[in-house]
Write a protein that binds this ligand. Structure first.
Ligand code: ASP
Length: 325
């Protein structure tokens, strides 16, 4: 049987992160530098990856807290090329944990790939006494190879999380992600996926090429700010954004996502400022700062929410919409 009839190749794209981090002392799990070790080296000696037909590319080598549009565009460009190769069974992306949920959402939202794309990461650097990256990389391979796999997911600490729900909820432990009330998509046990719920949606054409083209053509993403309501909040941040709009309309923020308390409630002073922003043409969207659940709409809801997305994903989503993607 030809390669094209039975896709077997796995592509691995490296972008950096702690999984590729290096510390000066093996016992140091926090004082390391992310994005140092080449992705090719991360695979060395891993039994799960031995003998696999693999194409490896280093797309970037960054700490994901510093993610930028050009890095996202470079990653998506390579991804689109590999997803269109019939011999490719799936793509693994190594990534930092800090913004992995945003990259996962970006790739799912724009591409909706029918071929599985699995992002994986680590909480301890590659040089740690007991690094978690090697197991996560092995589990990621099991997920891209799972029958029927599609869409974008994140694999870490033995769990698989769909792009839509995944959020980093802990700064240190080796399983820092949660899919909230929905729970993980599945778990990986001794190289086998045990799945609890559906894969993320796949585009009928294999991927959404027109949306990928629109994202690739962007010179900049529309600026969207993220503010939070809290006790004793006021409107000063929003008013500062409004001043910018008045002074340099071309570069100013075009949207604001506000993470409300509870079911999206807002301090009255902040809400008044957000109304001023909306009157000035800024698009305002509501989310909740609660880490589980999403805003349940009510008749007098002051601003629309974005399909229950978390504030981080709602901010990106609004930016994509305002950018025409
Ligand atoms: N700051 C690192 C990053 O996001 C953290 C990590 O990878 O865990 O690249």
């Amino acid at each position: 049987m030809s390669d094209a009839a039975q896709p077997r190749r796995v592509v691995i794209l490296g972008t950096g992160g702690t999984i590729a981090g290096r510390a000066t002392q093996a016992g140091d799990n926090v004082g390391y530098k992310a994005g140092q070790v080449p992705v090719q080296d991360l695979l060395a000696g891993l039994p799960a990856w031995a003998g696999q037909a693999v194409d490896v590319e280093q797309v970037a080598q960054i700490n994901s807290k510093d993610m930028t549009l050009p890095v996202w565009q470079a990653l998506m460009a390579r991804l689109v090329i590999h997803l269109q190769r019939p011999e490719v069974a799936g793509v693994v992306i190594t990534h930092g944990t800090d913004t992995i949920e945003e990259t996962a959402w970006l790739l799912q939202r724009v591409l909706q790939p029918a071929t599985p794309v699995v992002l994986t990461c680590a909480m301890r650097p590659a040089t740690a006494v007991s690094p978690d990256g090697p197991q996560n990389l092995s589990d990621a391979l099991a997920v891209v190879r799972a029958p029927g796999a599609c869409g974008v997911s994140v694999v870490c600490g033995g769990q698989v999380h769909p792009a839509r729900d995944v959020a980093k909820v802990h700064p240190y432990r080796v399983q820092p992600f949660s899919s909230g009330e929905a729970g993980p998509l599945g778990v990986v046990e001794e190289g086998r996926l045990r799945r609890f719920r559906d894969w993320p949606r796949a585009h009928p054409d294999g991927l959404d090429a027109p949306a990928a083209g629109r994202f690739a053509a962007l010179g900049a993403l529309a600026r969207v700010a993220w503010v939070t309501s809290h006790a004793d909040a006021d409107g000063s941040l929003v008013d500062a954004l409004l001043l910018q709009v008045a002074q340099s309309p071309g570069q100013a923020c075009r949207g604001i996502v506000v993470a409300g308390t509870g079911n999206g409630s807002l301090h009255e002073r902040l809400q008044a400022a957000l109304h001023r922003a909306r009157d000035a043409g800024i698009v305002v969207a509501l989310a909740t700062r609660c880490t589980e659940g999403s805003v349940v709409g009510w008749p007098a809801q002051p601003f629309p929410d974005l399909d229950g997305l978390s504030p981080a994903k709602a901010r990106l989503e609004l930016s994509l919409r305002l950018s025409g993607v």
